[in-house]
Design a binder for this molecule. Structure first.
Ligand code: PXL
Length: 276
């Protein structure tokens, strides 16, 4: 299936995250990929210091208007790291303008990890992101982002009852499906939960020895690519989880490669999983 995906996220020029992973992964999945950059940064903001940040918020309304005049339509709109709270409002306008004729909206809140928001974000941003997630057909938070959006207390370790309470709160935000990432009930396991109409599905796999920046973006991009290619949500989540794990394994032996994963080297494996 050849679909047209619009992805809205930043360009971190160096760092293997956001647009520089979404565009190649979606293309490798065989999908037409349109982009709307939310900001341009010299690097990502996690581990680098003194990065530049050029906010593109003000460009968004005129880009949307042009697309509307051209009668451009999208099959999927997938958003990641956004540049400002105001921009989240503009993305809602894009959803309203293009989310018709069966277009699916997918929001990765991309604003935190390990119990903390990324630099540049605050509680106001998190509340605005919760509103955007509430409107989406599918939201893809990790546990940190889920906690900031729901007010649920963050815990490093937890049991299934904790995750069930979190899922109930996420589910109550809107009518969409929740894809909760980074869920593991044993120290050496991680996985992904899909929660839809009160039904839960869980895919678990061994956790790699190190966590890397940008893997949430890689998961979401591969998930959207697989979904657009006709996989079910469960198949797409399992493929995306295995792809991320493989990207990590292909990076572990290089201590200088701390800022992201070598996702490019695992693209042939992703394509193979998609063709099964
Ligand atoms: O991977 C999420 C992400 C995307 N873009 C930028 C980031 C981050 C995480 O820190 O800094 C600019």
């Amino acid at each position: 299936m050849y679909k047209r995906v619009l992805t809205i996220q930043d360009i971190s020029c160096v760092g293997q995250c956001s647009m520089t992973v979404a565009l190649p992964i979606l293309s490798a999945c065989g999908q037409e990929t349109c982009i709307l950059p939310s900001a341009v940064l010299s690097t990502h903001t996690y581990g680098f210091t003194n990065f530049t940040f050029h906010d593109l918020t003000e460009d968004i309304p005129s880009i949307r208007q042009h697309w509307e005049k051209e009668n451009i339509a999208f099959d999927y709109i997938y958003t990641g790291y956004l540049g400002s709270t105001l921009q989240i409002g503009y993305v809602k306008d894009i959803f309203a303008a293009f989310a018709k004729n069966g277009c699916k909206t997918i929001v990765d809140p991309a604003m935190g990890d390990h119990g903390k928001l990324y630099p540049l974000f605050d509680e106001v941003y998190a509340a605005a992101m919760a509103e955007l997630c509430a409107q989406a057909d599918i939201m893809i938070p990790n546990i940190t982002e889920a906690c900031f959006m729901t007010g649920h207390p963050y815990q490093e370790t937890y049991d299934e009852a904790y995750v069930d309470a979190l899922l109930a709160k996420l589910g109550a935000m809107g009518n969409g499906t929740v894809v909760l990432t980074g869920v593991g009930y044993a120290p050496d396991q991680t996985g992904v939960v899909i929660y839809q109409n009160g039904q839960k599905w869980y895919y678990s796999h061994p956790q790699e020895s190190k966590s890397y920046h940008g893997t949430g973006d890689i998961f979401a991009s591969a998930f959207v690519g697989a979904l657009a290619g006709g996989k079910t949500m469960e198949q797409a989540a399992a493929i995306a989880a295995e792809y991320v794990a493989l990207c990590i394994r292909k990076t572990l032996d290089d201590p200088n490669h701390w800022y992201g994963v070598k996702f490019e080297t695992a693209l042939p494996d992703l394509i193979q999983m998609l063709n099964k």
